[in-house]
Design a protein around this ligand. Sequence first.
Ligand code: ADP
Ligand code: MG
Length: 742
Amino acid sequence: MRKSSLQTGKDTPIDRFYGIGEKRAEAFYKLGIRTAEELVYHFPRAYEPRGNVKTTAEAEDGEVCSLVLTVANEPKTAMIRKGMTLTKFTAFDEDGVCAVTFFNQPYVRDVAHKGMTFRFFGKVKRDKPNAPAWEFCEPFEVSPRQFKTEKKEKASVSMASPIMEAVTPRGVLRSLVPVYPLTAGISQKLMGSTMKEALSAVSSETDGISEFLSENLLKKYGFCGIHEALRFIHMPETLDDTAVAVKRLAFDELYLFALAMMLSKDGEVKRVDAPLSVIDRAPFMSSLSYRLTAAQMRVCDAVEQDMTGGTVMNRLVVGDVGSGKTICAAFAVYLALQNGKQAALMAPTEILARQHYEELSAFFARFGYQTELLVGSMTASAKKKAVANLASGISSFVIGTHALIEESVRFQDLALAIIDEQHRFGTGQRRKLSEKAENVHVLTMSATPIPRTLAMVLYCDTDVSIIDEMPPGRQKVDTFLVNESYRERLNGFIRKNISMGGQVYIVCPAVEEEETLEGESGERVSMSDLIPLGGAREEKTKKKAATAFAEQLAGVFPEYRVAFVHGKLSGKEKDRIMTEFAKGEIQILVSTTVIEVGVNVPSATLMIVENAELFGLSALHQLRGRVGRGKAKSYCVLVSDSKSEKARERLKILCATNDGFKIAEKDLEMRGPGDFLEQNYGKTRQSGEFDLGIASLEGNVKLLYTAFDEAKATLADDPALEKTGNLELRKKVFSDRAASRV
Ligand code: ADP
Ligand code: MG
């Protein structure tokens, strides 16, 4: 293994650092890290509060903290099961004793010896509050006489696989230790030590990272310098340090993102050789049993302009559930078909695709066009026939699921691709559909209202149409916020709704398995015990375990059919249950949030959301949109036992208004852009689309706008970033852009 050389800089390859051989370097590559600079931009996701030191008397049962203890006897290792060893010893502080155990870490014997003092960080267990420790510990080799006598019998705790650090007269132990996202082959320890080297490499005078924000910006907003920010994020002494770092790094991210977007916008408009012609709308409009709302009309106008102009359409239609987006899409299809072209509509689930198909195939048949359905569950021969009809041009329109983007699907002359519920698809999937032909116009639809300002920022390369008006005569879904004490009445309300012919949705948040940290087999510390990168820990609420809750409900309502849909079911299974629910064969549908967006069950009259405080407002609003689709009066009940004033205040907004855009605006205001996007577009973040990274931690939407305003100002003064003062900024923007294209 090579030692790091002294002449290092930001471009120093990762394998030049101490202890990084070929294999470990590969592991770093997997994380997208090749150089010192890339490494220092790999931020912790949490910190272990190791500076939170308690005594054996103070630590509460289950508390995650540090104990400073002296080893009382030599560690002993026993084989407890095949391939599993248990190493244990007793240690003490002046208040009491602690049984320390390690699973499969026999080397602890070589480190810990009688009389040595360590800081142990982990979860403290108070097994039997009043029992003396020696009941379950090895016999003492150091006399426990050192205990304060009055506490002697009280303090008796244990720790399983804690992190241990030697307390020496010289060394200062860090009070906040970063926890990094890892991959196989890299431990926290290795990441931490390599990070230290990388930090010193990137601060090299000659080849290090240079400041790229202008003096003016740093002063105006009081940002710290880039080196300070990087040091603070990786080696903070206090939480204030991390806050200072996050503020600066979050701004960087948004500002660079804005600059990159603005710089790339020009010139990317695709021109079409033969624009479509404007068609006579009258037959389309008069075939409807209602008049389009003004908002729907605006969308149709915009779509017509896009598709008949000289460039390729890239338009997003955002409208609340039930605002009538489908008919706008149908108008675009009509325009394409009347021009002799083909169109495709992709929906995220089979059931949605089928619903669209039933409605739209009949609609277009009236104009003499044939529509195909293409979904996974069709027989091979049915699929083949549909594919053939599209390739030959016999059929003009196809509605389907992901099946549409399969290689075998070809078109005779595709001009329009529509993506329904766009946030359910990844960018790649969406692109695949539009790449089925040249110059395909793209129309995407989203039912998650988004504040106009945020839409402009996030989709600055897309045209956005907002449908902010509901068709007339829509009923308002009455919404209530209750706590557990209403459970009995709530059950009565469920019965009442069903007896009147209604159906009930009950949504529970998915209970994820808690992530535990590397290197342990016993119980230790989970991520939720740590301080997240953004700062203070949130109030922990008890989540309803959905599975147990569903079983319990089935017991409460033996007279009804209760079904449970959750993430682990196969798509087929989910669709089957949804279909049964839609047919009215199931009265109560318990689900984690997988209820298919857009599915129409007009007889559902009651939506109950458990642990409502864990959902974003817009997500709740969407769930509420599942009911009130028929004639019967419908209700939404938010159940929350949260004591947090803020949480209750947020939920009350839903009780007060049914306007999705107002709700989104409030949600954004109260939570900041990161949380807002994460909670309401959970999936989107995974697909990396608006991964705001560290910026999501600055819970302040103003920062987003500030960054965009500053980017605009920067480019107004220097459109191509060519001035000498912007040299470093230019390098940064372009190198980041190159990296993100990979
Ligand atoms: P979403 O925006 O959630 O996709 P849909 O397009 O499914 O909403 O429309 C919901 C319902 O409203 C449909 O039954 C549709 O026929 C009806 N609808 C759409 N536009 C109007 C309108 N302008 N007036 C009356 N009903 C409408
Ligand atoms: Mg829809």
